[in-house]
Write a protein that binds this ligand. Structure first.
Ligand SMILES: [Mn+2]
Length: 430
């Protein structure tokens, strides 16, 4: 039995206040579904089994290039972060796994594993960091890491990724996500081809050390921290990497890493078709890599991404098992509330995509009935599936209204008393 960060009877008391309304809403939605030929119980069970990993770096307050304004009770290290992640999972029952970032979360592997076990948490993909310099490191990543012009710097970056794999093996992770900040700020600064050749050679060295049952994920990103070019700038380059490295290499799609108005769901479809979709970093954006909470800006786009995933699943695409991870920066909210809400929004998109009438959609596509094809998607998207999400949480001993339960628990106030205030100022992601 996992240690609970919030008293079980508080969650029960909060749920008791809302149980009758939920029952009534769930029955009404069930009757609506029955008329549409959908089994609400089957949908609820699928939602209960859908999980998304939370990022350890997401439970601290994020920042921008301008400043960081920390909240109270900021986690002091990985063990505090795991405590906060356990709260998110206790209330949502949607986030049983945590993704670690090394070296930020470096700690004794046995202790990490024991802490995870005690809290009922597992470990998702390991994330390497060669986009900033760790204290005391020999070679700087100012001008790149895996694609650096200097062989010793590249070797150091490869070595760091190998260390991430070793830590991951010790704590039960099965994937490595390679983060790089490599790129250039000026035309002419970097030779596109040579830089990509060096990157591929470094990645091949990392791939070589990857256990057989692991996956390696690469993320494309159009800009930032480099502002003229990046080494892995778009999904085409990302696909080339996965294709060149081999069968354990896959592309990760971070929803914020594209030019505005890019048709991301179509990229997802292409990667699925050619067997290289590794998974997602969920977040939302208005302008660039804003790292806003999933579903707050473009919930229809999130739904359309899940529509492609469910289409693939229901077509029985081979070995289709994309990783679901959140990658966000919470600058003005309580990070725990943002992650609770994001996990729910991701489940909402999943539930809405589950109820798309795919047979009807396929028929409208064949008949070139654009109006009805669009309406088929919209009908699913317009359905308020909140009773299903709430019922899935309730059945798993989570909270019917997780943010209300979190606020009622006084958790933030409690940890604020235990954890000294962290320093303000400084930009960047944490
Ligand atoms: Mn990302």
């Amino acid at each position: 039995m996992a240690e609970l960060r919030i008293a079980a009877d508080l969650v029960v008391a909060e749920n008791d206040k809302r149980a009758a309304a939920l029952k009534s809403d769930y029955e009404a939605l069930g009757a609506n579904f029955a008329r549409r030929g959908i089994d609400i119980e089957a949908v609820t069970r699928k939602v209960e089994d859908f999980f998304v990993a939370v990022p350890s770096w997401g439970v601290g307050t994020g920042g921008t290039r301008f400043a960081r304004f920390p909240g109270t009770g900021e986690p002091r290290g990985i063990f505090d972060k795991l405590d906060d992640c356990a709260v998110i999972n206790q209330l949502t029952r949607a986030t049983p796994n945590v993704s670690l970032h090394i070296p930020w979360d470096k700690a004794d592997a046995k202790e990490l594993r024991a802490k995870g076990n005690a809290l009922g948490l597992g470990f998702d993909a390991m994330n390497s960091n060669t986009f900033s310099d760790a204290p005391g490191q020999t070679h700087s990543y100012k001008y790149g890491s895996l694609s650096h012009t200097d062989a010793a710097t590249r070797a150091q970056a490869v070595e760091h990724n190998l260390e991430c794999i070793e830590i991951g093996k010790a704590i039960g992770s099965k994937a490595l996500t390679v983060w790089v900040g490599d790129g250039s700020n000026f035309p002419g600064q970097s030779h596109f081809t040579k830089a990509f050749e060096r990157y591929l050679a470094s990645m091949a060295d990392i791939y070589e050390a990857l256990p057989d049952d692991w996956k390696i994920f690469t993320e494309h990103k159009m800009y930032e921290p480099a502002f003229y070019s990046t080494v892995v700038q778009d999904w085409g380059t990302n696909y080339l990497i996965a294709q060149t490295l081999g069968p354990k290499a896959f592309c990760l799609v971070d929803l914020g890493h594209h030019a505005p108005n890019t048709n991301i769901e179509m990229i997802v479809a292409r990667l699925i078709q050619f067997g290289k979709l590794g998974g997602f970093h969920f977040n939302d954006s208005k302008y660039g890599d804003d790292d806003l909470d999933a579903g707050v800006i473009e919930p229809y786009r999130l739904f359309l991404v899940f529509n492609e995933l469910l289409d693939a699943e229901q077509r029985g695409v081979n070995d289709f098992n994309p990783a679901h991870m959140i990658d966000q920066s919470h600058n003005v909210t309580d990070p725990i509330e943002s992650l609770i809400n994001s996990a729910n929004e991701i489940r909402r998109a999943y539930a809405q995509a589950l109820i798309v009438d795919r047979k009807a959609l396929s028929g409208y596509q064949d008949e070139n009935d654009a109006m009805m094809a669009s309406e088929t998607l919209k009908r699913a998207y317009r359905t308020d599936v909140e009773p299903i999400l709430a019922e899935a949480r309730r059945r798993a001993n989570g909270a019917i209204d997780p943010i209300a339960a979190y606020r009622a628990s006084g958790y933030r106030k409690k940890v604020a008393a235990e954890r000294p205030a962290s320093a303000a100022g400084g930009g960047g992601i944490v």
